[in-house]
Write a protein that binds this ligand. Structure first.
Ligand code: MG
Length: 160
């Protein structure tokens, strides 16, 4: 069993939605990003890669690589899960915290958990998604951007 942590931030820019946890959520701003800018899935990818000592998301999906322009971050997540699987690891559980004043996350949390659990091939109970504001403090409090933390345990795949 090993632990990993991931953190990601994207600045708000023009747009009418944000991608969070694999969901498209209507919002008055978009995010500035090379991929779809899903901070939840990027933090989770980094946590998984970190737990397995496989580097970070920037190494695996460099912004210079045109393959990942506008990429669906669920694709990146499934790629990371596959890398871990090749090395004998699977997700044990994940706990994700989104930092944002808006959009409101709680109405969408269950669907995010379902999508993440599906991409990681685990039960929904193994995936927690929660959110907090930062009491109007800092860049998230000023609604300049959105951030997410992810902590994961990975466990060895049982060979039968
Ligand atoms: Mg990112």
């Amino acid at each position: 069993m090993r632990i990993g942590h991931g953190f990601d931030v994207h600045a708000f820019g023009e747009g009418d939605h944000v991608m969070l946890g694999g969901l498209r959520i209507a919002h008055g701003r978009g995010v500035i990003a090379h991929s779809d800018g899903d901070v939840v899935l990027h933090a989770l990818c980094d946590a998984l890669l970190g737990a397995a000592s496989l580097g970070d998301i920037g190494q695996h999906f460099p912004p210079s690589d045109e393959r990942w322009r506008g990429a669906d971050s669920r694709q990146l997540l499934r790629h990371c899960v596959g890398l871990l699987r090749q090395r004998g690891w699977r997700l044990g559980n994940a706990d994700i915290t989104i930092l944002a004043e808006r959009p409101k996350v709680s109405p969408h949390a269950t669907l995010m958990r379902e999508r993440i659990a599906c991409d990681c091939a685990v039960d929904i109970d193994a995936v927690s998604v929660k959110a907090t504001t930062t009491e109007k403090l800092g860049f998230t409090g000023r609604e300049e951007g959105i951030a997410a933390h992810a902590v994961v345990l990975i466990v060895a795949i049982e060979r039968t």
